[in-house]
Design a protein around this ligand. Structure first.
Ligand code: ZN
Length: 375
């Protein structure tokens, strides 16, 4: 027996281990947390900013393609600042950037050895920001990209991915766990089962639709969400891939089909009936090339479109609202303001009354306002 093993075996069994101590929130932490997700949803909307991976790519800290947030190791301060930017803009949630920090994605980029450090880093950054800002601290698990109903070995690996990531999130003391971006309904059910089995926190489970109005298992949006609700999800709904216009019809069906809270987190892009997902958008200015992922700029929704989306979804009875890939803090602020909020960033919401040409303020000279029609 090694010295370390000997020490372990003779340790006082009643003394909590460091891991167990980390699991139990102290009084200070419990006070800092405030009401949990379900209590907040019962009172009104909860805003959850997502889309970290796309925003970090735009900022030059993450590579499009694999979309793995290696930035967690290379520039953790950038991730922390992004969380703070979204909270400043109105997010009620700080979600750990563990999207695509799973075994399969790290295998693709050859960084399996960083699996645990990257998960721990993402969770600790998000926890720090959440506890300092009074926002909810959410864990995150996602599509594995190896799910295949006909491949038993792959299904085992999917279970392993969910088990370990849920375990690390629970250990970090998350307030709830998001399971997101599943284009297989049955994979979403496996994710939910893992949250139920390996944590005691609420589960928000969202699936995603590409061009077809069915998941890869053939389930409709309403059917998938009903199955998730029946299996014990606390919040069900949609995230990613579809913009506000092409997500809204599916949301209406879901709202009618389930009794639990519904989540809606579209991408902020102008998707259409012909091209309903952001991966299907083609740009007529560039030989109809696929715009995804780095040519999507001409399709970005304006702030007022996201303002309207939030209001419309909330009026339908959808309380869990956010924006996925492509969201910037300006979109989150608009969403928050549409719901009657006044986040810190609203201090700088546009006021054109003081504009050099368009301003109505008395201090704006006539020489400028007279020139308006020629601008
Ligand atoms: Zn997304």
């Amino acid at each position: 027996m090694t010295t370390r093993a000997l020490k372990k075996s003779t340790a006082n069994p009643r003394k909590p281990t460091r891991a167990a101590r980390a699991k139990a929130p102290g009084l200070k932490e419990r006070l800092a947390k405030g009401p949990g997700l379900m209590a907040r949803l019962a009172k009104g909307p909860v805003i959850c900013a997502e889309g970290y991976v796309f925003e970090l790519e735009r900022r030059g800290y993450l590579q499009a393609g694999a979309f793995v947030p290696e930035v967690l190791i290379e520039h953790p301060e950038v991730v922390e600042q992004l969380h703070r930017d979204f909270v400043h803009a109105g997010s009620d949630v700080t979600q750990a950037l563990t999207y695509y920090v799973h075994r399969e994605k790290l295998r693709v980029i050859g960084r399996e050895k960083d699996l645990l450090p990257m998960n721990r880093m993402a969770l600790s950054i998000a926890k720090k920001v959440a506890r300092e800002t009074g926002t909810l601290f959410a864990g995150d698990i996602c599509n594995t990209n190896i799910y295949d109903p006909a491949d038993k070995k792959a299904l085992k690996e999917v279970d392993r991915i969910f088990e370990e990531q849920v375990g690390w999130a629970a250990e970090a003391g998350v307030d709830y766990i998001v399971a997101e971006t599943y284009s297989w309904g049955a994979e979403a059910l496996l994710a939910l089962a893992a949250i139920r089995k390996y944590s005691k926190v609420p589960a928000v489970v969202t699936v995603c639709f590409h061009r077809e109005e069915q998941l890869r298992d053939g389930w409709s949006a309403a059917e998938a969400c009903k199955r998730l609700e029946d299996a014990g999800a606390d919040v069900v709904g949609l995230n990613c891939h579809r913009g506000p216009d092409t997500m809204m019809p599916l949301l209406k069906e879901i709202r009618k089909a389930v009794k639990c809270h519904v989540a809606a987190l579209p991408v902020p892009y102008r998707t259409t009936e012909e091209q309903p997902s952001f991966m299907s958008l083609t740009d007529p200015c560039c030989g109809d090339a696929r715009a995804f992922p780095t040519g999507l700029d001409p399709f970005v929704c304006t702030r007022s479109e996201m303002y309207d989306f939030g209001r419309e979804a909330y009026a339908l009875g959808i309380n869990y609202l956010g924006i996925c890939c492509g969201a910037g803090p300006h979109h989150i602020r608009a969403l928050a303001e549409g719901l009657g909020r006044h986040p810190e960033a609203s201090k700088y919401t546009a006021d054109m009354s003081r504009h050099a040409f368009f301003g109505t303020n008395k201090k704006i000279r006539k020489v400028q306002t007279d020139y308006r029609s020629r601008l």
